[in-house]
Design a protein around this ligand. Structure first.
Ligand code: FE
Length: 202
């Protein structure tokens, strides 16, 4: 990731403060509703500002959407990932198996939730919904966490910041056909290096 030398100076403190506040929240509660509520407010603050994401973690690929790990908690209680969607890019139908928060930093994205029919197949749950810049959505396996997400912009990239209740790139989860058939899915990450949040000399 030699792009680091090309990076504009970024306000790294925002992401550092976010991960510190989230770790503090998780030190004090394991109640998922409270984590999603208070963590969602923290993520809302983070994506309300667009001055902190280094360019190397905002770069789209013509091949597929990118998942850049920005930070993983040392106990793997949570991870923070930038999803960068090029025009026309989106996910297969998938689950997460852990709580999640999605906040849109740039552009906008469209998500479709799914529910299981009694025969195991998947049915759309309501219409697709658009998440606009600055908006935050929560995901919980307790309430159904199967969805499909895509860039809502046809002419430019979108970027969303995702927070999950695990080291999400290592979680064994599933993609689905609409018949409900599951395929094992371990996403990994697009990057080998993570942002340095800890240089306090500047
Ligand atoms: Fe998802």
């Amino acid at each position: 990731m030699s792009a680091a030398v090309l990076d504009h100076p970024v306000n790294t403190a925002r992401l550092r403060d976010f991960v510190t506040a989230l770790a503090d929240l998780l030190d004090h509660t394991s109640d998922e509703a409270e984590i999603l509520d208070k963590g969602g407010a923290l993520l809302g603050d983070l994506v309300a500002h667009d001055d902190w994401l280094p360019e190397a973690f905002a770069a789209p690929s013509p091949e597929r959407y990118q998942q850049y790990l920005l930070h993983c908690d040392s106990a793997e209680r949570f991870s923070v990932v930038s999803f960068v969607w090029g025009p026309g890019q989106g996910t297969p139908i998938h689950d997460h198996t852990v709580w999640g928060l999605v906040g849109v930093l740039r552009g906008q994205e469209e998500a479709q939730n799914f529910r299981r029919r009694s025969d195991g197949s998947l049915a759309p749950e309501g219409p697709p919904h658009t998440l606009h810049r600055g908006e935050v959505e929560a995901l919980s396996p307790a309430h159904g966490d199967i969805h499909q997400v895509r860039n809502a912009l046809a002419d430019g990239p979108s970027i969303s910041i995702h927070v999950y209740g695990a080291n999400i790139g290592a979680v064994r989860r599933s993609t689905f056909g609409t018949d409900g058939a599951a395929k094992l899915f371990i996403s990994g990450y697009a990057n080998a290096l993570v942002p340095n949040l800890w240089d306090r000399s500047k």
